[in-house]
Structure formats: C-alpha cells, structure tokens
Design a protein around this ligand. Sequence first.
Ligand code: GDP
Length: 465
Amino acid sequence: MSDTDADAPSTTESNALRTPIVAVLGHVDHGKTTLLDKIRGSAVSDDEAGAITQHIGATAVPLDTVSEMAGSLVNPDDFDLPGLLFIDTPGHHSFSTLRSRGGALADIAIVVVDVNDGFQPQTIEALDILKRTGTPFVVAANKIDTTAGWNPNEGSPIQQTYENQSQNARQRLDEKLYEIIGNLSDEGFSADLYWRVQNFQKNIGVVPISAITSEGIPDLLAVLMGLSQRYMKEEMAIDVSGPGAGTVLEVKEERGFGATTDVVLYDGSVREDDTIVVGGVNGPIVTEVRALLQPRPNAEIRTEKRFEKVEEVRAAAGVKIAAPDLDDAMAGAPIRVVRDQNVDEVIDEVTSELAEIEVETADEGVVVKADTLGSLEAMANALKEAEIPILRAEVGDIAPRDVAVASTAREDENKVILGFNVDVLSNAEDELEKTGEVRLFRDDVIYQLVEEYTEFVEERKRAQQ
Ligand code: GDP
C-alpha cells in the first residue's frame, strides 16, 4: 500500500478499470459457440441498451447491455467496469498462454461443461491452464434443458427455476451437477452451486445454464461481473493510453495488406505508425504499424472492404495489425508497442517472454511440433507429466529437418515426431518415406496425442516380451 505515488501514471484515465477480457473454454461440443452466439445475439436484439461492438477476434459488450441481459441481477451502478470483452474463438490454443508470461490474453474464464457428458479431456486441459495461471473462472453447467421432465422458466433467476422443478427432474439434474462439483474437487477446486458460494475467489461457482433457452445466462453474467470487478480492482487499474501490450491470436494473409496479425490488446494503446516488437518464429520482429483494422459493420464477407482503418485502439480490444515483415509472427507470442522506451529494452522483454517457455530437453527423446507457442507449452507440460522425454520442441509445420533429428534417436520409441495442430510439409513426407523408420503422430487434442504415443510404446513393449 506504499507505492501508489511512485508509479502513478500521468494521464487522467490512469485509474479507469479497463474492460476485462473473457475467454470461453471447455471440451468440444459442450456448447461454447452456442453460448457466445446467445450472448452476442441477445445483445444485438436489445434495442434499449448500447449495441455490442464487433472487434477482430472479440466482441465488446458494454456495461448497459450486460445489465439489460442480466435483468435485476446486474445493477450498472454497482460496477466501474466499461463492460466485457469476449474472445470469439472458443477454446483457442493461445489460451494456454493465458497470463502465463506476464501478459494477459484473458483475465477471466467461463468453463463450459455439458451436464450429460461431464468432464472430458479438454475440460481438464482448460482447468490445468487456469490453475497454472491463477485465472479466476466460473463453470457453466450447460444443456440443463435436456434433463428429462425439465420445466423451463426463462424469465427467472436459475435458482428459482431449479427449485421449482419436479422432484424427479431436480434429482436427475442434481446427480449431474454434483458429479461436476466432485470432478472439480478432484482437480483441486472447491466448488458449489453458485447461489451457495460466498466468496467467488476461494470457491468456484457452478451456474446451471442452457445456451439454447438462455436459462441461467443472466446468472452467469452476474457472477462474471462480480468476479471481474473484484479482480480488475486488485490487479488492473491501468493506463489505457500507455504503450500497448497484447498477444497475437492469428497470423493471416490479407489481400492488399500482406501478412497481418490479429491481436488481443490487453494493456495500453496502439496507434498508426507506432514501432512494434512482435514475437516471431525466428525471434522478435521490429516493424512499424501501417494500418490498424477493425471489421466494417455489416460488411459482406467477400468484399475487399471488410475492414475499416482506425487511428488508435485502446485496451481491451481485438485488432488486426498490418505491418511489414509479419510473415514469421507467431500465434501466442507477445506484441509490444515502443513509445517512450528504448527499442532494445522492448526487444529484450519480448525475447525473454518468448524464452520463458522452458522446454526441458534430453539427449534422447521425441521431437515435438506445435502450431503456437501456447500449445507447444501445453504439449511440453503434458509430456512432462507423462514422463516422456523431449529431444527437440519447436513451433511450426513438420519439416525434413525434424525427420532427420528424430531418426538420430537410439531407441525406436524415440524415433518419433508428435505434431499438435500442424501440417506435414511435402518434402518432409518424402523424407519420412525415405528413412522409413520415423513414426509420426498427429492430433488436435493434446491428451489424445499423448495417449496415442503411450499406447504405441506399450504395444511395442508387449511385442518384445
Ligand atoms: P462447442 O464445440 O463447445 O462450441 O459446442 P457448440 O456450441 O457447437 O454446441 C454443440 C452442440 O450442442 C450443438 O448442436 C448445439 O446446438 C448443442 N447445444 C449447445 N448448447 C446447448 C444447450 O444448452 N442445450 C441443448 N439442448 N443443446 C445445446
């Protein structure tokens, strides 16, 4: 409580809480997209409140709109937050970098769990990331409308709807909800139905919802707002006009612009002509912002005028940045604006953030390739847990060099390449065929990839006995 004056930022906006960034995580098909669409859809059709704003890769929902959607559960006077920024790509791989290296791709998360399907590999993966990064989250127990005998009541708080169900329907849902609460506890989280939770920082709130009927979504938003407000007050009173900091979500070729990066800006601002440092496959890239692009409202997807240029973007926001030399930029990598600082210092910062993914390599082990820095980190963690040694770990598609490296392993079970969400370059295919001894495993679910490999190792052991 002593350093308030020492680092007081110089602008009048310095004490404004910025918009919290919300990520939606969970297993495939558990309803992440439907939930996001519902939140966006009801905000769009809500005439009285301020409209939502579509960003690159994210949707901003202003406080008034959140409050309209949450009805009596969110009183705008109770909050200093401008609203919520939802990242549009649910379950994005860069999420594994969530605040793991000083930056914040997201501040708060919703973990969606299908009540019928319960915990699944990507649910556990999401919880591992949240645990590691200390990110506050709420669990949405989705698809409650599928409970046999469910009697919907869209206008009421979910606790009331829940308590008004027939005994049979209540019992059926309770079984599923308590299984989820038990699974959360197995993962080290103390959780309960949200209306029984007193302290949402200590205990995880479970909100029963239906992304189809909207039941429980007002409650979910209310918990999210409460959690965000407390968290942002503690951590995030920031200067939104300082030099920007963000995370690269995607690297994309755009007609007329060349290679561009889609960025979530979590701190400060970025302006046209700013010098930026971006994490790249071959190290930091120093370049200058040519254009900042936002989606043009109601633009046809195929027209060239999909984007409009803006001069400045302030956190929190999603933005497409066009700049020279971005071809090697890397999804999951940090991006920093250089304004008053020395460019070398910023390069050092980005370099050390890139290096912070510490993959322990051994003399003998498998070769790992992944599509983003974040997923490479998640892969390395999963392999460490399974006690599988790594010889080399890199971001990028599978190249001939990877085949060459894998073939140098002494043990056959290490003559292996594990590819997460990557392609095989055609000359690497040729190389694989030529050597004939390197095994390739590819998947887009980390758990499955590790499992495929361990099954292969076990089968080999059995064959040798
Ligand atoms: P994602 O892969 O997690 O983004 O899942 P989706 O949002 O694509 O949902 C997967 C399927 O579940 C789709 O067919 C949805 O219509 C369905 N679904 C999602 N939420 C609900 C819900 O609350 N109730 C019911 N009955 N179906 C749902």
